[in-house]
Design a binder for this molecule. Structure first.
Ligand SMILES: Cc1cc2nc3c(=O)[nH]c(=O)nc-3n(C[C@H](O)[C@H](O)[C@H](O)COP(=O)(O)OP(=O)(O)OC[C@H]3O[C@@H](n4cnc5c(N)ncnc54)[C@H](O)[C@@H]3O)c2cc1C
Ligand SMILES: NC(=O)c1ccc[n+]([C@@H]2O[C@H](COP(=O)([O-])OP(=O)(O)OC[C@H]3O[C@@H](n4cnc5c(N)ncnc54)[C@H](O)[C@@H]3O)[C@@H](O)[C@H]2O)c1
Length: 456
């Protein structure tokens, strides 16, 4: 039995930072990882997809070159093996750097293998028993496969296997018109594939406000992506050159490849949680308190597996919360965190706080400011006027409730609103700030000066 001061399971977005921090205090730490260091974000999520988004954007801009007075010697060509090689190199640099750092760190024993509990504070990795008073679970999640008739008879891809393809799909069918599905849809369309998205909800990214869903649909349709929304009665079957998809009220779709982007499930099913008595909710997420401790004292769950966020920045913030509370005597709580994320289509959607629907349902008297990107100088100058900005404010408290900036640089500009929300300042504090011209952020104070009562 090897005894440690702390065991960390998973080298994703919270585990390594926590292991380094604990090790720096002189504690002896075991960190176990069963697959690639860096987890989903580095290997099969954010890093490869945003690298592809960059290639796809360049291809699209090149197609529009003449609009900007730029001449190209011929039509835009896509060299998928080189696009992929660039992506693989960016991923490898990140993964290998982190792997080396873990292998070389003082006080960290880096174990490669699947970890599982054998008792409340006892685990095993590759048959090796480990014990520690503190255990941190950062086991992440994986793509979920929905129960679709015929799915067991056809080959299908996830975000992991799609990124391993050596040739560009002829026709990529994507199940799920949400964050993963839409980022991949635009990337693969721009890189030369025919793309069809099937979504069971009546609109894309159904958690967003309706005008966000509608604008993104319009912008992606304009690039040639086909959508089947409110898809009913979906079934799949093998076809000579790939997969045949049937759904009610539409002709059969013949795709060369099928991607599942219908949500994720936590990697908590093979962790032996029962042996430790650690509680999970009905969807398999490990239940945690406001400081991310599980139902068993001395065991914490961080990142996607605790169901309190499904993003890299939320996983990293989980590490910050746990480290601050255990090592710095602070009392940070996960509920102090404001929701924020981006959808990295081009242009992107930057989102903070509530949607308009959520704000109303929470009983706020909502004021809304909106402005199309056609009235944002920088967007006009860049020739990228798709989208709009929208902010919601509580009429009584003057606090910003939420915002969506769908447009060029929307992923960056939205942070001005987030910072004021986090500082708990009234919107008027931001309304009087002078922003730099010409930027997208420049229009945020203007937007806040044009608030109107939300439509009933
Ligand atoms: C296609 C895609 C694009 C994304 N894009 C973005 C984005 O742009 N921005 C963003 O913020 N988020 C994005 N995300 C989400 C983001 O990648 C995840 O939320 C984030 O990686 C979660 O981090 P984590 O530490 O919780 O888990 P992970 O990064 O998944 O790490 C968990 C690690 O634990 C290991 N593990 C699991 N079980 C065991 C075990 N029993 N023993 C040993 N090791 C184990 C796994 O192998 C894995 O390495 C994207 C996700 C996908 C799929
Ligand atoms: N930019 C980012 O930060 C980013 C990018 C990608 C993924 N992510 C993370 O990954 C998570 C998972 O993303 P996701 O898009 O896979 O899941 P999701 O839960 O956001 O969306 C799944 C979609 O699939 C649809 N769906 C479910 N079953 C279906 C079926 N049988 N046929 C057709 N459609 C079906 C749902 O209605 C929903 O719209 C996100 O919540 C997000 O946190 C983040």
């Amino acid at each position: 039995m090897a005894n440690f001061d702390a065991i960390v399971i998973g080298a994703g977005q919270a585990g390594p930072s926590l292991a380094f921090r604990l090790a720096a205090t002189g504690r002896r730490v075991a960190l176990a990882e069963r697959s690639a260091v860096g987890g989903t974000c580095v290997n099969t999520g954010c890093t490869p997809t945003k690298t592809l988004v960059a290639s796809a954007r360049l291809a699209q801009l090149a197609r529009r070159a003449a609009e900007y007075g730029i001449e190209l010697p011929g039509p835009v060509g896509i060299d998928w093996p080189r696009v992929k090689a660039r992506m693989d190199a960016v991923v490898a640099r990140s993964r290998d750097g982190l792997t080396r750092a873990l292998e070389e760190a003082e006080n960290i024993t880096f174990l490669r293998g699947h970890a599982r509990f054998t008792g409340p504070h006892a685990m095993e990795v590759n048959g090796q028993p480990l014990r520690a008073p503190w255990i941190f679970l950062d086991v992440g999640g994986r793509a979920a496969a929905p129960p679709i008739p015929g799915l067991e008879t056809v080959p299908w891809l996830t975000n992991t296997t799609l990124l391993q393809l050596e040739t560009m799909p002829r026709h990529l069918a994507i199940l799920g018109g949400s964050y993963i599905g839409l980022e991949f849809a635009q990337v693969f369309r721009r890189l030369g594939a025919e793309v069809t998205v099937l979504e069971v909800a009546p609109r894309l990214i159904p958690r967003e406000d309706e005008e966000v869903s509608a604008t993104i649909r319009d912008m992606l349709e304009a690039e040639g992506i086909a959508f089947h929304l409110g898809a009913k009665g979906l079934s799949v079957a093998p076809a000579p050159e790939g997969v045949a998809l049937r759904l009610e009220g539409a002709p059969k779709i013949h795709a060369s490849h099928l991607l599942l982007a219908t949500g994720r499930r936590p990697n908590t099913d093979s962790l032996g949680l029962e042996a430790a008595g650690i509680a999970r909710d009905a969807r398999g997420f490990i239940t945690v308190d406001d400081e991310l401790q599980t139902s068993v004292p001395g065991i914490w769950a961080l990142g996607e597996c605790n169901g309190r966020g499904a993003f890299t920045h939320t996983a990293y913030n989980d590490y910050e919360i746990v480290a601050a509370n255990l090592l710095d005597g602070e009392a940070r709580r996960v509920t102090d965190r404001l929701p924020c994320y981006a959808l990295f289509t081009d242009p992107p959607l930057g989102r903070v706080g509530m949607t308009e629907r959520e704000a109303r349902e929470a009983g706020h008297e909502v004021l809304v400011g909106t402005r199309p990107m056609t009235r944002v100088s920088r967007a006009v100058e860049k020739g990228e006027t798709t989208g709009f900005m929208k902010v919601m404010v509580d009429a009584e408290s003057k606090r910003i409730l939420g915002a969506a900036i769908l447009g060029t640089d929307g992923d960056e500009a939205v942070h001005a609103l987030l910072d004021v929300m986090q500082a708990k300042l009234p919107y008027t504090a931001l309304q009087r700030t002078v922003h730099i011209h010409p930027t997208v952020s420049e229009l945020i104070p203007t937007l806040l000066g044009e608030l109107k009562p939300a439509r009933p």
